[in-house]
Design a protein. Structure first.
Length: 113
């Protein structure tokens, strides 16, 4: 049974501006493991990566339907085949999809339980 569905979209330019304005933005949004993965990416791809994680974490909060969740309570890593795997404060099974284009990143989260 589906417990919650969340979706989010963000402009890549907003993430790029946030990173320029606040050098700690990345540290605030991403876990240590996510930051290590982001550090391996060229700058353009890094912005897409951070924006995708941002959108996925926003979608998770919408799917769970509760406030007070920290950015770092949610982590998105990848399987060897590239599939994103999300962990966060829920007892349900989390399904996540992340995509991006030249201008946007989007994510959808379904929580099943």
């Amino acid at each position: 049974m589906i417990q919650g569905i969340g979706i989010d979209i963000i402009e890549l330019s907003r993430i790029e501006k946030a990173l320029k304005r606040n050098p700690r933005f990345e540290e605030r949004i991403l876990t240590i493991a996510e930051r290590e993965k982001a550090a391996t990416k060229p700058q353009t791809r890094k912005i897409e990566f951070i924006a995708g994680r941002f959108a996925a974490k926003e979608a998770f909060v919408k799917a769970v339907g509760q406030k007070g969740i920290s950015w770092k309570d949610i982590e998105i890593l990848n399987q060897k085949d590239g599939k994103p795997i999300m962990t966060g404060p829920t007892s349900g099974i989390i399904h996540v999809s992340i995509s991006h284009s030249q201008a946007y990143a989007t994510a959808q989260v379904i929580i099943e339980g």
